[in-house]
Design a protein. Structure first.
Length: 227
């Protein structure tokens, strides 16, 4: 399962449409929750991870961050990178568990060692902000690059901005444009807006070089996927 799309932004809050007090959840959501919970209790690791998400969002049940963290912990204890990275998010944001940056970093490292783009992105953020680790722009950029090379679009956009600012990497508007171009899908308006800004910094020759670099990055990502 590609779970990087489930919770890409470490500190972003997904706003759900509010349900009126006392209103019953949709029957389909309740059925999904009950079926997932049954499988999770039988030891199905995918269902355990999914159940953590259902509790975290309040899908088919009351929102319960403590229960979400509990199920993510079960998955993490089975050395599954999804549970490790999401439990790290819970510790970072004090959701269902006390805030503990050291524990979060430990979990992100375990997941990143298993090539989790989600964890690599989060480590990039932690080094960028100095939470649980000394602030280190070079280390931050290195982790964002690892995630970006796995086609994690938020990391691609951020890496582009780091090249534009010369933060943790040499300032290079060709690379800034190239990485942002890869991230600038129709579903990513922030990257599209950023791309237009960088285009203004380039000569026609540099723009051509940046487009070529973007194509090479995309080809490399596809090659990595097909290994």
């Amino acid at each position: 399962m590609n779970y990087s799309t489930l919770a890409l932004c470490l500190f972003a809050t997904v706003a759900a449409e509010p349900r009126s007090s006392g209103a019953e959840p949709p029957a389909a959501d309740v059925r999904l929750f009950e079926e997932t919970k049954t499988k999770a209790e039988m030891g199905d690791i995918d269902a355990q991870y999914k159940l953590g998400g259902l509790y975290g969002k309040g899908t088919g049940t009351a929102k319960d961050d403590a229960a979400a963290a509990q199920w993510y912990r079960k998955v993490a204890e089975r050395n599954d990178r999804r549970g490790q990275s999401m439990l790290g998010v819970m510790y970072t944001n004090a959701r269902g568990v006390p805030r503990d940056y050291d524990r979060a970093i430990e979990l992100f490292r375990k997941a990143a060692a298993q090539n989790s783009a989600h964890a690599q992105y989060n480590l990039g953020h932690m080094y960028s902000t100095g939470k649980g680790v000394p602030k280190d722009d070079v280390e931050s950029a290195a982790w964002y690059r690892k995630a970006a090379e796995q086609n994690e679009v938020n990391s691609q956009r951020i890496l582009g901005s780091l090249y534009a600012a010369g933060r943790g990497v040499p300032q290079d508007f060709v690379q800034a444009y190239a990485w942002t171009k890869v991230a600038a899908t129709p579903e990513n308006p922030a990257a599209q807006k950023q791309l237009m800004k960088y285009a203004e910094q380039l000569t026609a020759e540099q723009r051509a070089a940046a487009e070529k670099a973007a194509g090479e990055i995309t080809a490399s990502i596809h090659q990595r996927r097909n290994r």
